[in-house]
Design a protein around this ligand. Structure first.
Ligand SMILES: [Zn+2]
Length: 689
């Protein structure tokens, strides 16, 4: 045994030398040495590649993976010998003062190394490394824990009444009380030990709660077995250099040692994280393929920039509404779906507010569409939309931030239902989030046992969907004379909030005159919910759209200068046109926001077309949708678009697609004229008449 341990120590040194770990270790030692201060514990983080170690020595590799405490012990004595022989830290006295944290660079990609947060039983007795995956749904503030402590014997004549013989360090999964207690006794003279308080070493600790990503299914728009769900979060301890390295709401892969923490009568299963930095980036999923049927559709429509998306919208959600109905709304939904991303930098947003007099259909459509994204969250009315602060449940009494719906939908969609059902304060908060894409939490220090108050700003990368039912508006009885053509009564909603939502979409069929196909669909569906009513639902299944959207949303698109000019020209012209004598320009939202929405819409249309360059054709669709949205708010302008600007007629066959192309070309022409007439001449028309 001794011989084997000796060999492993030699191998450890060889490994440290070869992997560059020794160099880093020497640097770390230098920092301690230069500080001249004497510590109870000297802590070192050593990164180990399990496969490299196993190649050098199978037993040591086995230790690193399956007995990390033993492996750390071997590294500890190697490091002690190194410090002593090379005189790296003068103050260091005993081996016990060295604390080694081994961080595996990865684990073997085998099922036995994966710990599912949702599977039962949860094996926390093995004390070895596992990888796990989950979404951070709650995050505590950073507090202190005892990393190490020095104890002295109280026996006056005992040699251990001085020196660094009794050093206790934190081990994974242990609680504070395991490190520091007052019932230790001296092994030489049996006198009680006492902690030397001035040598206590404190570290940072942050408690994060994670859930398995599967849990999100329960929070999606429609789920089959909602009643049988129980959401169980797992506690993850982030210590020292890992504190504040995770962002709430993101999906992470972690490496850690499962443990069980006793907190009074309650035992909590948890994971002591030992995560390499390379893992601390949120996971993003992107399939590299789209279904054959979509490819075929794309090839059929390659002659026009508008046909593919028109057909996509036309047949979309045939499980919920008949093909060919609600095309504008369905297109807007698709555009918003592809404008979701987990990337913090250059993230685009496209929020939707559906103006409807038939909230049932709108709700069904939004619910259905939500489920196409991994992070589509239907906000339950009983909880908070935005992050909130509560007391940590692990006995520390410190503050913990709960993700709530908006952050669970990070990189996806948060559907909040009927906008008019929210109280004024909630709407104000929503408006500020829509404007800034951040939310700020105030954590009063007094309440959570901290000296100072804290303010935490969290970025909210979510598209918000909502609807407002104009049929239920209490002001319905007011004579509509005061409204301009095309304008809707949206007085229920504060105007600034309307501006906060990028796009208002009116869903076309009023409930009193449901078209026959819709009525038929609703009835058929009620009789037999499982029935496939249309052939197209089999050719383009929900799952196909899911893959398609996941693929399209990850395309990186670039704006062409032509498209940009068109958008700018339209913006300036419409600012000038939409002006009334009393209030000045009616485009009350900031120029930045207005331009942003149109660029975002154009980019979305490009992604949905599976192209990479935003063309004038994309910008035109964006402008038509945006102008329709403005018309709902302020009435018609001189641009004078059709009531149903993007889909003015049914798409029944090839001819109608052709007809729509001609119509859109006319719109483009009309738009150029509009810009020519009202724009300040920034746009140089290429169409000489
Ligand atoms: Zn003693």
């Amino acid at each position: 045994m001794y011989k084997e341990t000796q060999k492993m120590k030699e191998i450890t040194l060889v490994y440290l030398d070869r992997s560059g770990g020794l160099e880093k270790f020497v640097q770390d030692c230098r920092k301690y040495n230069d500080s001249k201060q004497s510590y109870a514990v000297y802590r070192f983080v050593i990164s180990v590649n399990p496969s490299d170690v196993a190649e050098l020595d199978a037993t040591l590799g086995n230790y690193v993976l399956h007995k990390p405490m033993k492996a750390a012990g071997i590294f500890q004595s190697v490091c002690f010998v190194a410090i002593k022989t090379l005189s790296l830290i003068e103050q260091l006295q005993t081996e016990a003062q060295i604390s080694i944290l081994l961080k595996p660079t990865h684990l073997p990609p085998l099922p036995s190394y994966v710990l599912s947060l949702s599977a039962f039983p949860f094996n926390y007795t093995s004390k070895r490394f596992y990888t796990s995956e989950g979404i951070a749904i709650a995050m505590g503030t950073v507090t202190k824990y005892t990393q190490g402590a020095r104890f002295l014997c109280t026996g006056e004549t005992c040699p251990y009444s001085e020196g660094f013989n009794y050093i206790r360090v934190h081990v994974p999964g242990a609680t504070e009380s395991a490190t520091v207690r007052n019932d230790f006794a001296c092994s030489l003279c049996s006198s009680p030990l006492q902690e030397d308080m001035k040598f206590r070493v404190l570290g940072d600790k942050q408690i994060v709660e994670m859930i398995d990503a599967k849990v999100l299914h329960a929070l999606k728009g429609y789920s089959d077995h909602k009643a049988h769900f129980r959401i169980q979060a797992f506690t993850v301890f982030l210590r020292d250099e890992l504190a504040n390295r995770m962002t709430i709401g993101n999906h992470y892969k972690i490496i850690g040692i499962p443990a069980c923490v006793q907190n009074g009568p309650q035992a909590t299963a948890c994971i002591e994280a030992s995560i390499p930095y390379s893992f601390l980036i949120p996971l993003v999923f992107s399939p590299s393929f789209i279904g054959e049927n979509f490819k075929y559709l794309l090839s059929l429509t390659s002659g026009s920039c508008w046909r593919f998306t028109a057909l996509l919208a036309n047949i979309f959600a045939s499980q919920v509404v008949p093909p060919g109905t609600y095309n504008t709304l369905k297109l807007a939904i698709l555009l918003s779906l592809v404008q979701t991303t987990c990337e913090i930098e250059n993230a685009d947003y496209l929020d939707l507010l559906v103006v409807t007099s038939d909230s049932l259909i709108a709700d069904r459509l939004l619910n259905y569409s939500l489920c196409l994204l991994p992070r589509g969250i239907r906000h339950p009315a009983s909880s908070d939309i935005f992050p909130s602060v509560s007391k940590d449940k692990h006995g520390t009494g410190s503050a913990s931030i709960q993700a709530c719906s908006a952050l669970l939908a990070q990189g996806g969609i948060c559907y909040i239902g009927d906008l008019s059902s929210y109280k004024k304060d909630k709407l104000e908060l929503l408006q500020s989030v829509l404007e800034s894409r951040t939310t700020t939490l105030f954590i009063p220090g007094k309440k959570y046992g901290e000296e100072a108050d804290q303010q935490v700003t969290i970025s909210v990368q979510t598209n918000f969907w909502s609807y407002v039912d104009v049929a239920s508006s209490p002001k319905k009885h007011i004579a509509r004379d005061s409204f301009l053509i095309g304008q809707m009564d949206l007085s229920l909603i504060p105007p600034n909030l309307l501006d906060g939502f990028g796009l208002l979409i009116y869903n076309e069929f009023p409930s009193c005159q449901l078209s026959f196909p819709v009525l038929n669909h609703v009835l058929q569906n009620a009789i037999n919910p499982e029935a496939m009513l249309y052939r197209v639902s089999e050719q383009f299944r929900t799952q196909d759209y899911e893959e398609f959207i996941l693929f399209a949303k990850n395309l990186h698109v670039q704006l062409s200068s032509e498209a940009e000019n068109l958008i700018q020209g339209y913006y300036l012209a419409s600012r000038r046109v939409r002006r009334d004598s009393a209030h000045g320009s009616k485009l009350s939202a900031s120029a930045l926001k207005v331009l942003y929405v149109q660029i975002s819409l154009s980019k979305a249309h490009t992604k949905l077309s599976l192209r990479k360059k935003v063309l004038e054709e994309d910008a035109l669709i964006a402008i038509l949708l945006f102008e329709s949205s403005l018309t709902l708010k302020h009435g018609k302008s001189a641009l004078c678009i059709e009531p149903n600007a993007v889909f003015p007629f049914d798409l029944s066959d090839e001819d109608s697609l052709q007809q729509r192309d001609i119509y859109l070309l006319q719109c483009h022409h009309q738009l150029l004229q509009f810009i020519g007439a009202y724009g300040p001449g920034t746009y140089i028309s290429t169409n000489e008449e």
